[in-house]
Design a binder for this molecule. Structure first.
Ligand SMILES: *Cc1c(COP(=O)(O)O)cnc(C)c1O
Length: 233
């Protein structure tokens, strides 16, 4: 093992322990929680190390980087999650390699995603990203909770997209437990009558315990697994 793979192995063990212990505290089966290792800014060689260590789900947030890495790691059979802000003119391209698109926050993305999935002859799983920010706050990402039903209907109408659930990021400057409690309420309403949309992607390196507490089925963990990311230029 190289020094880098040792480091990743030890971080991963730690994150897996945190997930197991949060599940135990919440009285949940650890098999209900999937770790999505967020590999943005890190090289394909790290993705290979993760795959060797049994990671099967990886997340990326920038289209060009994600596309290149997914191609470079095509032999690994991983499930690729796109978790970043999505431009509508990139949606078709993202759906050509992503297995799950977690950041669908407006109906305008649906046409492109549908086209990409159709051209690839492969259904793409979709999560709707819901905003937990106060209404009117700057830099808000995610759909307004009131817009979820219409957005879900648009996804349902696209034959190659499968609506699987919700995704959210806890706002900066708020206790994640409070934000995730709102998310749990939103999700309860959302899944009523949508038995295929029970996934909940919430929780990152700093707040995965709080997310598991409220029922997250997917945690997106970057820095706790791979170390701190290089600064954005
Ligand atoms: C980068 C990123 C993560 C992972 O964040 P860490 O704090 O490094 O665990 C999770 N979700 C989204 C949407 C991200 O962009």
């Amino acid at each position: 093992m190289t020094e880098r793979s040792d480091e990743i192995a030890s971080r991963l063990t730690d994150v897996r322990r945190r997930i197991a212990s949060a599940c135990a505290d919440a009285g949940r089966d650890p098999d209900e929680v999937t770790l999505v290792a967020v590999t943005k800014f890190f090289p394909a060689s790290d993705v290979r190390v993760l795959a060797d260590l049994g990671v099967t789900h990886v997340g990326e947030n920038r289209h060009q980087e994600a596309e290149a890495k997914a191609a470079e790691c095509a032999d690994l059979g991983l499930t690729w999650h796109f978790i970043g802000g999505l431009q509508s003119n990139k949606a078709a391209a993202v759906a050509s390699y992503a297995d799950v698109v977690e950041s669908v926050d407006r109906a305008k993305l649906v046409t492109g995603l549908q086209r990409g999935a159709h051209d690839r002859s492969h259904a793409v799983d979709v999560l709707l990203q819901v905003s937990l920010d106060p209404p009117d706050s700057d830099g808000r990402s995610g759909a307004d909770p009131a817009a979820l039903d219409a957005l879900a209907a648009a996804v349902d109408d696209a034959g190659m997209l499968r609506l699987r659930g919700l995704m959210a990021v806890a706002p900066l400057g708020e206790d994640p437990a409070t934000a995730f409690a709102r998310l749990a309420d939103l999700r309860r309403d959302f899944v009523a009558g949508r038995p295929g949309a029970t996934r909940l992607s919430a929780g990152m390196s700093g707040d995965l315990e709080q997310a598991i507490e409220v029922g997250a089925t997917h945690v997106r963990v970057g820095s706790a697994v791979l170390g701190s990311r290089p600064q954005v230029k």
